[in-house]
Design a protein around this ligand. Structure first.
Ligand code: RB5
Length: 149
């Protein structure tokens, strides 16, 4: 599995911890930054990770910012992205099983590192349930197609 991770200054420490954790799990992770505490604009990182996911360059993406919310709003503007902000393990599992989410968004100011790493593991280890959920994902794709500019 290949995965790309990105963050802004608000999620940089959490991003670094997740990279270390994924490498320990022998997951092929590409880190697009940011790499310092200098203030940066999260939408650029969200767009880059989203493009890598929809192009098939990587299987999944993870985005960290202060809340996870800005990253998810930006990533979900890219057609084909289903980015989910998660702060508990139940939702992490459900959003893979039901929504087949392809980007996980986490807020460094919301969840502690220990919980965040459990959320990452839960999300990565869950699988899409298909069946009725497939129909609902197709309905989301239809919304994208009807509203493209
Ligand atoms: C940056 O201060 C903060 O706004 C950002 O990390 C994120 O929380 C936005 O949603």
């Amino acid at each position: 599995m290949k995965l790309t991770i990105g963050c802004d200054h608000g999620g940089r420490r959490l991003k670094d911890a997740i990279v270390t954790h994924l490498e320990a799990r022998a997951i092929d992770v590409s880190d697009i930054g940011t790499y310092s505490d200098d203030s940066v604009d999260f939408p650029s990182y969200a767009e880059e990770v989203a493009h890598q996911v929809v192009s098939g360059e990587v299987d999944l993406g993870i985005l960290c910012c202060g809340t996870g919310i800005g990253m998810s709003i930006a990533a979900n503007k890219v057609a084909g992205i289903r980015a989910a902000v998660v702060s508990d393990c139940f939702s992490a599992q459900a959003t893979r099983e039901h929504n087949n989410s392809n980007i996980l968004c986490l807020g460094e100011r919301v969840v502690g590192e220990g919980l965040a790493l459990l959320i990452v593991d839960t999300w990565l280890d869950a699988t899409f349930g298909g069946e009725r959920h497939e129909r609902r994902l197709q309905m989301i794709t239809d919304i994208e197609l009807k509203n493209e500019s």
